[in-house]
Ligand binder design. Structure first.
Ligand code: TYM
Length: 335
C-alpha cells in the first residue's frame, strides 16, 4: 500500500547550520514528527556539487545529524540517514535526468544565483542538482516535503518530474508531493541586508546566527544587525516596507510561535535597542541548549554512527522496493 502521510526532507552538510535552517526547516520537522512518518536525510551528494574538503565532510555529516537530534527530532521514531549511504538516490536521479527537460532546469533560480557569472566553470552536478532532490523525495514515495521558501521552485520541479514519469510510463507509481512551507520565518534574511537570504555562503559572519554560536556571539551579531534610523514600525504594512525590521520581527515571532502582526503591535514605536536586547535573549534561550546538545552528541561518534547505520538500513529497504518497481516500469532487467 502506498504511504499517505510520509515526509522526506534534506539538509546539506556544507558547514554548520544557521538560524534560517532552524526556523525554516528543523523547527518544523520537530512539530511534524508527531503526525507523519519521517525520513530526514543529510544530503552529502548535494553538498559535493561544490567543493567540500574530504577531511571535513564526514564530520560535517555527523554535525547535521547531531543538529537534527539536538533540535528535538527523535532518532528512534524517525529515520535519520546520510544520502550517499543509500545508492538508490543516485540511481533514480540518473533516470530522472532522462525524464527532466533542459528547459526546466534552465529556469532554476538557485542555479543562476549559485553559478553567477561562472556558468561555464561550475559542476554539471550543480546544474542537475534538482533532479537528485526529486529522487530523494520520490524514492520513498514521500507525500509531503517541509522546506524553507527558497526550495519552493525545486519542489515544483519535483512535482513536474513525478507527473512526467507517470505519464511517460503510463503508471501511477509516484505521488505528486506537496511542499510544507509554514511558520513566520520561511525565508530568514541576512542580518546585514534584509533583501538577501541568510546563507552559509555569505562572506560576512555577522550576516547569520549559527546554531553553534556562543551567547556572546549571538548578542554581538544582533547588536550589529542592520536596521534603519526610525523606531519600530507602527503596523504590518509599514513593517513590510522595511526589510531589516521585518526580518528581525519575523524571527522573534517564529521563535515565540506568535504571528508577526502580533509582534509588530507589541513593539510598535519602540526603540530598536530595547527590541534587540529582547530578541538576542530569546535567540540565546532557544539556541544555547541546542548548541550544548550538539557538542555533547559530537563527543559520542559511535552513537551518531549507530543512529545513521540504523537509518540507512531502514531507508535502503524502502528505497530498494521502489527502485525495483521503477526498473520494471522502465523495462530494465531486474537489478
Ligand atoms: P539547505 O541545506 O540549503 O537548507 C536546509 C533547509 O533549510 C532551509 N533554509 C532556510 N529557511 C529559511 N530561511 C533561510 N534563510 C534558509 N536557508 C535554508 C531550506 O529551505 C531547507 O529546507 N536542496 C536542499 C536540500 C535537499 C532537500 C532534498 C530538501 C536535498 N534534497 C529533498 C527537501 C527534500 C538544500 O540545499 O537545503
Amino acid at each position: 500500500m502506498k504511504p499517505s502521510n510520509r515526509i522526506l526532507s534534506g539538509v546539506q552538510p556544507s558547514g554548520d547550520l544557521h538560524l534560517g535552517n532552524y526556523l525554516g526547516a528543523l523547527k518544523n520537522f520537530v512539530s511534524l514528527q508527531k503526525e507523519y512518518e519521517c525520513f530526514f536525510c543529510v544530503v552529502d551528494l548535494h553538498a559535493i556539487t561544490v567543493w567540500q574538503d574530504p577531511k571535513q565532510l564526514a564530520n560535517q555529516t555527523r554535525e547535521v545529524t547531531a543538529a537534527f537530534i539536538a533540535a528535538g527530532i527523535d532518532p528512534k521514531k524517525n529515520i535519520l540517514f546520510a544520502q550517499s549511504q543509500v545508492p538508490q538516490h543516485a540511481q533514480l536521479a540518473w533516470i530522472f535526468n532522462c525524464v527532466t527537460r533542459m528547459g526546466w532546469l534552465n529556469r532554476m533560480t538557485q542555479f543562476k544565483d549559485k553559478a553567477g557569472k561562472d556558468k561555464e566553470n561550475v559542476s554539471v552536478g550543480l546544474f542537475s542538482y534538482p533532479t537528485l532532490m526529486a529522487a530523494d523525495i520520490l524514492i520513498y514515495l514521500a507525500t509531503h516535503v517541509p522546506v524553507g521558501e527558497d526550495q519552493k521552485q525545486h519542489l515544483e520541479l519535483t512535482r513536474d518530474i513525478a507527473q512526467k514519469f507517470n505519464n511517460d510510463f503510463e503508471t501511477n507509481l509516484f505521488p505528486i508531493p506537496k511542499p510544507l512551507i509554514f511558520g513566520e520565518a520561511t525565508r530568514v534574511m541576512s542580518l546585514r541586508d534584509g533583501t538577501t537570504k541568510m546563507s552559509k555562503s555569505d562572506a560576512s559572519h555577522y550576516s547569520r546566527i549559527m546554531l553553534n554560536d556562543s551567547p556572546d556571539q549571538i548578542v554581538q551579531k544582533i547588536k550589529k544587525a542592520k536596521t534603519d534610523p526610525f523606531p519600530l514600525p507602527a503596523n504590518l504594512t509599514e513593517a513590510k516596507q522595511r526589510p531589516e525590521a521585518f526580518n528581525l520581527l519575523s524571527i522573534l515571532a517564529a521563535l515565540k510561535d506568535q504571528s508577526t502582526s502580533e509582534v509588530v503591535q507589541l513593539y510598535a514605536g519602540k526603540e530598536f535597542s530595547i527590541f534587540k536586547k529582547e530578541l538576542a535573549d530569546l535567540i540565546v534561550d532557544k539556541i544555547e541548549p541546542i548548541e550544548k546538545e550538539i557538542k555533547k552528541l559530537l563527543n559520542d561518534q559511535a552513537y551518531l554512527d549507530s543512529i545513521m547505520t540504523d537509518g540507512k538500513n531502514k531507508a535502503m529497504a524502502e528505497a530498494d522496493s521502489v527502485i525495483e518497481k521503477v526498473y520494471s516500469v522502465i523495462g530494465f532487467l531486474k537489478a
